[in-house]
Structures are given as C-alpha cells and as structure tokens.
Design a protein around this ligand. Structure first.
Ligand code: 4G3
Length: 247
C-alpha cells in the first residue's frame, strides 16, 4: 500500500515512519510511506502557505493554491488514490474505517494547519474528511500519523505472519484481557494460576471472561456492537450479578 502525505512539516514524520512496525513494513516493501512538502508549490514570492481570512477574525487560513498544486502533483504520481483531509469535521476514525481504508491501493492525506484550509481546496481536491476524535490539534500531522499507523495494521503482512489485527482489542468489539510475562512472582505479585495450568480450554475461557468483564466495567457502551455467543451472554449475566453483589 502507498500513502503520500501533503504537509508543511514533512520532517515530523521521519521517526514515526522509520521506527518499530512501520519501519519494518517499509523495509519489507509492504508499505510505501512518503511525504510531499506543500511549501515549494506556493506561487508567492516568499513561498507563503497561509493568509488572513476573508471576513476578518483571528488566525490564518491555509491558501488554496499551494494545496491544489501539491495535490495535482500527488494525484499524478498516484492516479486513483483516495484523497483524505484530516480534520475535526470528518467521519470518525474507527477499526471499521481503518479496515476499509487498508483495502485501498493508495491514499493521499492532506494535513491542515492554522485555523483550517481554504474551503475551495477541500471541495475540489479531497474525497472525504476524517477525524481521529473530538478535539483540536495544532495541525493535521499527528492525526495523519495516527491514521497511517492504524490503517497499516490491516495491511496483510505488516504485523507479521503470527499476529493478526483481528485478535486484538476492538476487533470483536471487546476490550483486551490482561497479559503477563516472566517472572511468575514479581516481589509477591503473582500471575493468575490458570495461565500456568497448561489447560488451554480453561485459559481461553478465562481470557474471554476477563475481556467481557473489562468491557462491562470500562466501556459498557461497546457491548451494544460486540459479537457475542450464548456463552458470552451467560458470562455477562454472571458478571453483572457478581458486580451488583459487591459493595
Ligand atoms: C482546525 C485534525 C484545525 C480545523 C486536525 C484543521 C484535529 C483533527 C485543523 C482544521 C486538527 C482531528 C488542524 N485537529 N480531530 N488540526 O482529527 O480543518
């Protein structure tokens, strides 16, 4: 999968795209992550990319011209790519949206700054707006990094052959069960016995119960959209009665 990011701060992406799983996936040729600096596309004498808002008011607005020209160059290098603007008005990023975007061959991400972007650039040069959550950032760059990271997990091979994004938190709509590693005894803090029992059916049942318990306790709203078996529903009933009998 190829993702090209249009930004006035391309250097912000260097360490994130070179480290850990994204760095490995790029080295393996599974991901092609590139940035395109918007500033050189500015036709103005001083290569400005922002200007004062028509109608007045505080702050600056990113000019349409440099973005439109940078987008034209990006689209020529990646014909047919889905063009996404990262902004607070967008459709909210979720596991489902990430899974859908990972099926695309290529994406172009536009990062805005200041108080926003001239609406004409958004109207003519982007296909959709996506938000990573209900808060404002100083720029769209961090939002683009979050989207790239989240989408990349669903690109086949990126997590490695043993790991699957479908086994992690949220894929079945539930929160994760607790995990432990060595030592067995950490200054008196023990690991739950069942995990050392070697009984894989018991371990699977314990983990499912812990996932359901964590979801019920921390994010009961998620149970609405979760995929639940008869056994799951029985366990939830048990957990609810245990919970109401606690003080
Ligand atoms: C204001 C994305 C700020 C308007 C970008 C862009 C939050 C998100 C910005 C605008 C951002 C988000 C840049 N802040 N919630 N900052 O995904 O169009």
């Amino acid at each position: 999968m190829t993702i090209e990011i249009l930004t006035i701060f391309p250097e912000m992406f260097d360490s994130v795209f070179s480290s850990s799983i994204l760095g490995r996936a790029r080295a393996q040729g599974l991901l092609d992550l590139r940035t395109r600096d918007i500033r050189p596309y500015s036709a103005s004498k001083h290569k400005n990319t922002d200007d004062y808002p028509f109608g007045g008011g505080a702050g600056m607005v990113m000019m349409a011209q440099p973005i439109m020209d940078a987008m034209a160059a990006a689209s020529a290098s990646l014909p047919g790519a889905r063009r996404i603007y990262l902004g607070p008005r967008g459709r909210k990023l979720s596991t489902g949206v990430a899974r859908e975007l990972a099926r695309q061959e290529s994406l172009i991400l536009l990062c805005g700054h200041y108080e926003g972007v001239d609406q004409r650039a958004l109207d003519t040069c982007t296909d959709e707006e996506i938000s990573i959550g209900d808060y404002i950032l100083t720029g769209g760059e961090l939002a683009a990094m979050v989207l790239v990271d989240c989408v990349s997990r669903f690109v086949p091979g990126v997590l490695g052959s043993a790991e699957s994004p479908e086994e992690e938190s949220f894929s079945d709509g539930l929160l994760e069960y607790p995990q432990y590693t060595r030592p067995r005894d950490l200054n008196g803090l023990a690991v739950p016995d069942v995990l050392l029992s070697g009984n894989h059916a018991d371990i699977r049942r314990w983990r499912r119960r812990e996932s359901l318990a964590a979801t019920l306790r921390c994010r009961p709203d998620l149970l609405e959209g979760a995929v639940l078996s008869r056994d799951d529903q029985k366990m939830i009933k048990e957990l609810e009665s245990e919970c109401s009998s606690e003080s």
